[in-house]
Structure formats: structure tokens, C-alpha cells
Design a protein around this ligand. Structure first.
Ligand code: GLN
Length: 274
């Protein structure tokens, strides 16, 4: 019978990604990744092999690993994800970093995360800033249910969830900082029909002809929900930095910035209002 080392080597060849092969096998074995290192010589029984082959097949058909296992790591948190939520991306950690830079650790403050999905950004901020009061919104009740389970699983209590589009559920409320990872892909972008994106909610990915419809709406409406000199920060595409700052400028925001991700691509822009 084959050992874990040889089974993983074969699946890595098939999938082109060692990490994907490991995550799928660990899902079958119900073990954490830290377990693997000491067990590569373990022999796998037939049931486990059969179950693993079935998961590898689903991946070969294109299904994202995070939807197969139901989990994805983001920041320091292991998060539940379902097809109702976007799969958190490593580059979105830049948005969390940029938000934390503007939230001194000891200050009591109010933060909003618009279109929270799995809750990734809101959870990371609430976790790092226990004195912040974070409110996360989403138009999808199914996504909010996932985000709520993630908050419970991690015992994060300084976070509440509201159902609705962007700022709509926040009438009368003001914040020191508003963050969002909205959809920003051009509606006609062929990538939407490729790879993992095919399986993710279209409403979390595409946003009008130039990809900026939702960003325009957020830039316009966030102004009425910021305390004086409060920050709005949002993620966007690598080629949207100039457009993002132009929208912020036209809407009257100041101290505009664009931050680049680890691949030196424009990824997050923001500014202060009032
Ligand atoms: N960064 C994602 C991608 O290009 C898109 C996520 C989003 O639209 N917010 O795959």
C-alpha cells in the first residue's frame, strides 16, 4: 500500500500544486497541516485513498480547493468559506495592514466593512483591535451566515453583522474607518469564465463595464458615514489605482494614497473625508 509521500507526489503532479494536494489529503484525514511533516511515511488505507482520489478529481474539474475543503486561511485565522462567499485572497491582507496602520491599538473606534463575504477583513481587524467596534454588512444573507459562524468559531465579540447593500444598513451611523473589498472586475473580462472565478459569486467579482460601479457608489456614499477626517480604504484591480484616486479626489477626499501588494501592483487606495 502506498505511503503519504508517494500519494502526495502523484497528486502534486496531477494538480500542479503541492499545497492543493496536501490540503485535500488533510481534509480526508481530518488533520491539521502541522501533522503532515511527521507522518509522510504513514501508509494510507484504501478508503482514505478512494476518498482522496474523489477530491483530487473535483479539483481537476476546476472546483476551488477552498470550496472542496470548506476552509481558507486569511491573516491569522482559519475561515469557513462556501460558494456564497468570495474565497479570501492573500493580497487582501494588504487592505487589513493598511487599515491597522490607521487604527492605533489602544483607541476606541468604530470600523465598517462593506460586503464582508466570509467576514475575512472584518474578523482580522476586530481580532487585531479588540477595542474597535466593527460592523460588517453584506447583501447576501447566505454570506452573512458564514461570516457569523466565523466570528463565533474565533470567539470574536466586537463585531456585528447587518444585512444589506454597502452602506444601506448603516443609516445614521458614523465611523472612523470604512473598508471594503468590493467587486471590481470588468463585466466583459474573460477571466470571469476561467479558473476558480467560475465558481465564485459573480456579484462579488464583476462591477459594470469598467469594473468601478460599486467603487463609485461606495466613494460617494461613505462620505455621509465618516467622522471628520475618517478614512475610506478599498481594494481594487492592479490597473485601477489612478481611477480610484481620481474618484476619491472628485468626491472631496484628501490625503489620497495607493498601496501596492507584494507583487508591486496597485491594490488598495484610500483617503480621508471632512
Ligand atoms: N482579486 C480578485 C481577483 O481578481 C477579485 C476580487 C474582487 O473583485 N474583489 O480574482
Amino acid at each position: 500500500m502506498p505511503d503519504i509521500r508517494s500519494v502526495l507526489a502523484a497528486a502534486t503532479q496531477q494538480l500542479g500544486e503541492r499545497l492543493d494536494a496536501e490540503l485535500l489529503l488533510l481534509q480526508v484525514l481530518q488533520q491539521p497541516r502541522s501533522w503532515l511533516f511527521a507522518h509522510v511515511d504513514d501508509v494510507l488505507d484504501t478508503d482514505v485513498q478512494t476518498a482522496f482520489v474523489a477530491l483530487v478529481d473535483r479539483r481537476v474539474q476546476g472546483e476551488p480547493v477552498a470550496y472542496i475543503t470548506g476552509y481558507r486561511g486569511f491573516w491569522s485565522l482559519e475561515l469557513e468559506v462556501t460558494p456564497a462567499t468570495l474565497i479570501p485572497r492573500p493580497e487582501t491582507e494588504l487592505l487589513v495592514e493598511q487599515a491597522l496602520l490607521r487604527l492605533p491599538p489602544e483607541i476606541v473606534c468604530r470600523v465598517a466593512d462593506l460586503g464582508t463575504g466570509s467576514g475575512a477583513i472584518a474578523l482580522a481587524i476586530a481580532h487585531e483591535r479588540p477595542r474597535a467596534q466593527v460592523i460588517a454588512t453584506d447583501a447576501s444573507a447566505a454570506a452573512l451566515a458564514v461570516a457569523q459562524r466565523n466570528a463565533q468559531a474565533h470567539g470574536i465579540g466586537n463585531l456585528t453583522f447587518l444585512h444589506g447593500d454597502w452602506l444601506a444598513p448603516l443609516a445614521g451611523q458614523r465611523f472612523d474607518l470604512i473598508v471594503s473589498n468590493p467587486p471590481y472586475i470588468e463585466a466583459a473580462d474573460p477571466h470571469l469564465a476561467q479558473g476558480d472565478l467560475r465558481f465564485e459569486p459573480a456579484s462579488a467579482l464583476a462591477s459594470g463595464d469598467d469594473g468601478l460601479d460599486d467603487i463609485r457608489c461606495i466613494v460617494r456614499d461613505a462620505r455621509g458615514h465618516l467622522h471628520p477626517a475618517g478614512w475610506l480604504l478599498f481594494e481594487h484591480g492592479w490597473n485601477q489605482g489612478d481611477a480610484a484616486r481620481a474618484l476619491l479626489h472628485e468626491a472631496g477626499y484628501a490625503e489620497l494614497f495607493t498601496a501596492q501588494d507584494l507583487e508591486a501592483r496597485d491594490r488598495v487606495s484610500g483617503g480621508r473625508f471632512g
